[in-house]
Design a protein. Structure first.
Lengths: 397, 301
């Protein structure tokens, strides 16, 4: 079995298609690190000028406003809420000017918490989140702003209470680890899953080209498939190597970050954020990705011995990965049991962060449920494959 | 030991193998001879369990049958089939192929170097097989099976694309393997070569495996002397039949006229010789026992 594994692994590494995938990933990682990451423009950035402008405008208003029985209600409202708001902005400005970053984090946490409370609970169409949330056609701009402010509040609270080294890059989530976190929250998991499909689609069917060499090996079909699955899993995991080049480039530009940095996790049940460490967050992402790889690999192995067509492997593998795009509607989890579909967990970073719970109005789209659903699906597929491969009349290719 | 019990294979209503029952013993080289498409490869595929027969079963060493997938693995530890040269991995070297087979069957690694030396593959064995000629690929395929060192070896057209020297070297290795107690089944069209080292030779016809010994006996030509006349024509055959009506005269597919004379009565050979000198000028003819080629041509005529 070890000899067969070694043989299959060498085949995998020398496969031109696989080499091309690694090279493309390397190119994409470098392109991202050199071109896209430096131009990242977060909505919630550290902008002293903006803080100062807002502070001075409100301070000027508070210094000049006269509140009496004739004052307009909105003027009264502004005069009531601006003092605390401005106090936080003042603390932020002072902290920035004296480079006391932990204090800045503490006051920014309070600023976001107060802002969200004011805008979401008391705004009534008068107060708004950052205007960049209000893009054309976005019906959920307020909800997006609400999530982002809660997220930022939780994040800055974590910075203030933690002992990680802070910097502007940390605040704007530009460090290498935070960039990875953002990518996991975005389309990186889907890219890696598509790579896994491409690696696995031909791992069995390529044997057709060398059938008489390998057909008589004294090893059972099931063991062959297990070895091939193992090779595909390792090969898919090796995508970390080209990606790490991009990671290193970002780390050189903006720093590595810290595995103890807080990552906010949303809980739909509590309607609030808690934080876990960056290390925990990445570990959960890796774990969920590994379960995704296992699910896809076992599915493609089964298809390979049943349908025996590479194109069918590609299509059906992609259908599983992209299925969520067909049924996803914001808030769907409230009316439909989408937590039972493996494809609901494809946005791995968003699942771990609880963002999918927020988007789907469902407390069930959790990391734990994702692991459970994918384990069950993988186990069923492997069981079917085992039964088929042990059937007396079954022929390998 | 391989025991075939009533093996029947039927494709689209056509019997490829009909109730074939036979036993192949250790220390035997078995030759399978037949025109293309008559069932040689089918028989090997049945032995390997690549093809399940419609009836019958194959038994190994009086104990193992293809009843379960577990048994199949056990049997494949005893058994190997020579790969097709077109199926080699072009990006791997010959030595990597040999190491693969050696490690898959867990054989003695020393066999790799020994086989390379025996087959004279030193100069190219480390190069990628994509650069090999047909003969080099064929030698590698043979070497792969030798390094697997299985108890039973199946070889389909092992001598294809090889020059006479290589044919001789491989023949010697086969004889050595037989002496080691291997059971070797070879399908080949090199009849003279096969005749030299095969213990038993079978012709496959109409789904049956007929031993050449039985064929000789049934045709009544066992040990008979024959005159072989190359470049024969139907006219010459006609003339010979008229001149010597008591003799069995055949024009074979390879344009050889075969004249059998069971009893070398005095003067017959001289008369035939004189007749041929007169009617078939500038051509030589030979006298001797019936060869496998003659028997093949006669059998499939």
């Amino acid at each position: 079995m070890r000899a067969y594994f070694k043989f299959e692994f060498i085949q995998f590494l020398f496969n031109k298609k696989n080499i091309a995938i690694y090279v493309i990933l390397l190119f994409l990682a470098c392109f991202y690190a050199l071109k896209i990451a430096p131009s990242y423009d977060p909505i919630e950035k550290v902008d002293r000028d903006e803080i100062e402008a807002r502070f001075l405008t409100r301070e000027d208003f508070l210094n000049n406003v006269v509140i009496d029985e004739n004052s307009y209600p909105l003027t009264r409202f502004a005069a009531a809420i601006y003092p605390e708001w401005n106090e936080y902005d003042k603390q932020r400005l002072d902290a920035l000017d004296s480079n006391r970053l932990r204090e800045y984090a503490g006051s920014t946490y309070k600023w976001y918490e107060y802002s969200d409370y004011m805008i979401f609970r008391n705004g009534n169409g008068l107060l708004y989140y950052n205007p960049r949330y209000y893009t054309a056609g976005n019906l959920y701009a307020t909800e997006d702003g609400h999530y982002a402010y809660m997220y930022s509040a939780s994040r800055y609270k974590g910075y203030a209470q933690g002992d990680s080294e802070l910097s502007m890059d940390v605040f704007e989530e530009r460090t290498a680890l935070q960039t990875l976190q953002r990518l996991l929250h975005g389309y990186l998991p889907i890219i890696l899953l598509v790579c896994c499909i491409l690696f696995t689609a031909d791992i069995v069917l390529k044997d057709k080209r060398n059938l008489t060499v390998i057909k008589g090996f004294p090893i059972s079909v099931w063991r062959r498939l297990v070895v091939k699955g193992g090779v595909a899993l390792i090969g898919s995991s090796l995508t970390i190597i080209p990606l790490s080049i991009g990671f290193i480039i970002v780390a050189i530009q903006h720093g590595m970050g810290d595995l103890n940095l807080p990552v906010p996790i949303f809980s739909y049940e509590a309607r609030a954020f808690t934080t876990i460490t960056m290390g925990e967050y990445l570990f959960q992402n890796v774990l969920l990705m590994l379960f995704w790889f296992l699910l896809l690999i076992s599915l493609l192995l089964l298809l390979s011995i049943q349908i025996r067509h590479e194109f069918a492997n590609l299509v059906l593998g992609c259908v599983v990965v992209f299925a969520e795009f067909y049924y996803y509607v914001r808030g769907l989890g409230f009316v439909k049991e989408i937590q039972w579909y493996p494809s609901s967990y494809v946005q791995v970073g968003q699942i771990v962060a609880g963002y999918r719970e927020y988007l789907n109005n469902s407390a069930s789209l959790t990391f734990e449920n994702g692991i459970a659903v994918m384990s069950v699906c993988t186990a069923i597929i492997l069981l079917v494959t085992l039964i088929i491969s042990k059937t007396k009349r079954f022929k390998y290719l | 030991m391989i025991e075939l019990r009533s093996i029947g294979v039927n494709f689209s209503g056509r019997d490829i193998l009909k109730e074939v029952s036979i036993t192949f013993h250790p220390g035997e080289i078995i030759g399978l001879v037949a025109p293309n498409g008559t069932g040689k490869s089918t028989l090997m595929n049945v032995i390997m369990n690549y093809l399940q027969p419609n009836s019958g079963k194959v038994r190994f060493n009086n104990e193992l049958e293809y009843t379960t997938k577990k048994n199949e693995v056990k049997i494949h530890k005893l058994l190997s089939m020579m790969p097709d040269q077109s199926d080699l991995y072009n990006h791997l070297s010959g030595k990597q192929h040999l190491k693969l087979y050696s490690s898959m069957w867990d054989s003695n690694p020393q066999l790799i170097e020994n086989t390379i030396a025996a087959l004279g593959m030193e100069s190219y064995v480390n190069k990628k097989t994509g650069t090999y000629s047909l003969g080099m690929r064929q030698r590698l395929c043979f070497a792969m099976q030798i390094v697997s060192d299985t108890q039973i070896m199946l070889m389909d057209e092992v001598m294809n694309g090889l020059d006479p020297t290589q044919v001789e070297i491989i023949s010697q290795i086969l004889v050595k393997k037989r002496e080691e107690g291997k059971t070797i089944i070879i399908a080949s069209h090199l009849l003279e070569n096969l005749e030299k080292y095969a213990n038993r030779i079978f012709f496959v016809k109409n789904g049956n495996l007929d031993s050449t010994e039985d064929i000789h006996r049934n045709l009544g030509v066992n040990g008979n002397m024959v005159i072989r006349v190359p470049e024969g024509t139907p006219e010459l055959k006609q003339k010979l039949s008229v001149a010597f009506p008591e003799l069995d005269i055949q024009l074979l597919a390879n344009s050889v006229i075969l004249i059998e004379f069971p009893k070398n009565e005095s003067g017959t050979l001289e008369n035939i010789s004189a007749f041929l000198n007169e009617n078939h000028e500038h051509q030589t003819f030979s006298v001797g026992k019936m060869t496998l080629s003659d028997l093949y041509s006669k059998y499939y005529h």
